[in-house]
Design a protein around this ligand. Sequence first.
Ligand code: ZN
Length: 286
Amino acid sequence: MPHHVRKPLVRTAVAVACALVAGCGATAEPDAKPAGRDASKPAASPSVRPVRPVTPVTPSAGAPLAGRTIVIDPGHNPGNFRHTAEINQKVDIGTNRKECDTTGTATADDYTEAAFTLDVSHRLRDLLKAQGATVVLTHDADRPYGPCIDERARIGNEAKADAVVSVHADGSAAGNRGFHVILPARVQSGAADTAPILAPSRTLGERIAAHFARATGTSPANYIGSGTGLDIRDDLGGLNLSTVPKVFLECGNMRDPKDAALLANAAWRQKAAHGIAEGIGTYLKG
Ligand code: ZN
């Protein structure tokens, strides 16, 4: 299947359309809305616990994912809304300099993407642990904001992860529905060299897309990826700087009422986590 590469003209058109939609993802990482828009609203997690990086789990003998390390990257952070100056600091993503992190989008009912990504990540972590995997979260709302996108990549690299998935939900226009997986583009610039991870990341992404569709009963996005559920981007630091197989998953569009109803439903999120876990498991088992 030919790779879908978003053309500059298309990106420009999307960017213009997105200017009308809070949280639309064409211009930032990958579905940012302008930092500060909701700076006044309380974050979902008012208390900040001490930074507690990662608690590796001892794999169970004989478990299917024993000996495997999976890094889960919950997109954004509930505290980002209150730290817009910090998250707007630029970091090097190889091809460019880009904001440290973004606030993410939210549904019309103000269910934030940061709350969504954490919830799905927790469910996914539990499923993977139950299969014996060592699971690392890049954050657990246990820091005031971030991590920055370069650090998110570094956590996966330093864990020597067998697979990394960055969990997101999109902020596109209403009527745009469905999920898509974002794969790294071929990038060799500065600190970024994705050549070694292109093929395994594609396989990982294809497995996740297939199992996510089956588990959730939702379709690949109708607004990106030409119906394949796969997109390729060269503007995401989290992918550009990764040295281990990694994809982003946009689970649905928070700005579409029908998708938002699914994303806000706990039973659906459990199905989503199952789909992601099955996709990762299938990838790792070859
Ligand atoms: Zn996001």
